[in-house]
Ligand binder design. Structure first.
Ligand SMILES: [Zn+2]
Length: 236
């Protein structure tokens, strides 16, 4: 019998069975009855444990069937992290940290793109820039297209971690960023930045690509950093 018979412990134990390979994707989980025996608890606690596993993306949920082991999707796991992460990025200081992290990550990605982006991948970036141009005075439309541009960049290496990071931190947080005072001018300059980045990728000019991207992101970074510093001064 397990010493800690809470639902979260049951979920953790079963997750451990999956990570160790004892249970494989597609396998049926042991019956409720056997799990009740293994953990020394009633059915309701076992069911709560399965609900937690489902939330972790490790169990499927077909009605009336015994749950099976599912393969968790990285983007879904990160989405859970993203909900919790909102807390850290809600103020200007948090947003400045986020922009700096983006800067580190995206400058590496743009250098990779200069060397490796396919014509189809560059065409996707161009499509996003055109969408930005038609949405210069539309907050939601512009942000949506802006996110698409940076996502296209994150997709170039074909590494799901970069795309998941993008979805988690850039996509959702960018859409919630405070609205700038001078929207049209801000968006115009922003999209000029995207165009410079694409030109540099096409010219295979790694230095220019990094410079353009840095300028593009630092604008936001400095905005939030300055606001954060001003707020601190005002508080004291
Ligand atoms: Zn952008």
């Amino acid at each position: 019998m397990a010493t800690d018979s809470t639902a979260s412990n049951i979920a953790n134990e079963l997750a451990g069975d999956i990570h160790s390979g004892l249970l494989r994707p597609g396998d049926m989980f042991p019956s409720e009855r056997s799990l009740c025996g293994r953990f020394g608890v009633g059915r309701s606690i076992v069911r709560d444990g399965m609900t937690i596993l489902h939330g972790m993306g490790l169990a499927d949920h077909a009605k009336g069937m015994r749950p099976r082991v599912a393969v968790p999707k990285l983007s879904r796991v990160m989405l859970g992290a993203s909900d919790a992460a909102q807390y850290f990025f809600k103020d200007n200081e948090g947003r400045a940290h986020l922009q700096q992290a983006r800067l580190f990550l995206e400058t590496s990605m743009v250098q990779y793109a200069v060397q490796n982006a396919s014509n189809a991948q560059i065409a996707k970036m161009v499509g996003a820039v055109e969408e930005c141009d038609t949405n210069l005075d539309n907050i939601a439309g512009f942000r949506n297209a802006d996110v698409k541009f940076h996502r296209a960049l994150a997709e170039v290496p074909g590494n799901p971690i970069f795309v998941a990071l993008h979805e988690t931190f850039v996509d959702r947080l960018m859409k919630r960023a405070p609205i700038e005072d001078n929207l049209l001018a801000h968006n115009q300059i922003s999209n000029e930045g995207h165009k410079e980045i694409i030109s540099a990728i096409l010219a295979k000019d790694s230095g220019a690509a990094v410079r353009s991207l840095t300028e593009h992101l630092v604008r936001n970074y400095e905005t939030f950093l300055h606001r954060s510093l001003i707020n601190k001064i005002l508080k004291t």
